[in-house]
Write a protein of this length. Structure first.
Length: 185
């Protein structure tokens, strides 16, 4: 998987080796594997974790897990807690949309403040296919038949070459620990 990861980054021209990349890590298998791949590749990166306070103690345990991972890898770590429900209610949007807005605004602030080059999210092929299916279900035109873009401004998605099962198999093979979010079940 490491070789496919490196080839995908090169083929898609996602960044150059001198760039410093911000990795949002939830503690789940996708972002934890992405973090490990960046580490094995020797790229410069820092880890960021968003605690949306939606799952009580479980959310706090995720944050501790990610902080310990950053310490182990000796990389810069940023975390922030967000009042997601309140933000959603004030703006009359879903909690999921609120969390998305909150995290991307914070990522943009961190890019500027910390002089970082890109944000790498752990979206993979299954996520992209799900996006296409959602668009089709909502009656999209031809434009909606595209999945998640590999690059969107300073957001890059270096795992879009891999399926969820490939990521899980790699985690098992490399004995990479992660946290399972009960809400995903």
């Amino acid at each position: 998987m490491l070789e496919k990861f490196l080839q995908f980054i090169k083929r898609e021209r996602l960044f150059i080796p001198a760039d410093k990349i911000l990795l949002p890590v939830s503690g789940g298998v996708d972002s934890t594997v992405m973090c490990e791949l960046f580490n094995q590749s020797g790229f410069k990166f820092g880890i960021v974790h968003c605690n949306f306070k939606l799952r009580g103690k479980e959310s706090d345990e995720d944050e501790k897990f990610v902080e310990a991972l950053a310490e182990k890898l000796k990389v810069q770590f940023h975390s922030k807690s967000f009042p997601s429900k309140q933000y959603a209610e004030e703006r009359k949007i879903s909690v999921q949309m609120a969390a998305r807005e909150l995290r991307y605004h914070w990522f943009q602030d961190l890019l500027e403040k910390e002089k970082l080059d890109k944000v790498a999210t752990a979206h993979h092929l299954n996520d992209s296919l799900e996006t296409v299916l959602l668009h089709v279900a909502h009656g999209t035109g031809l434009d909606g038949l595209e999945g998640i873009p590999v690059v969107h401004g300073k957001i890059i998605r270096p795992l879009l070459f891999a399926t969820r099962s490939e990521i899980e198999n790699y985690a098992a093979e490399m004995e990479i620990g992660w946290r399972e979010d009960a809400s995903n079940a």
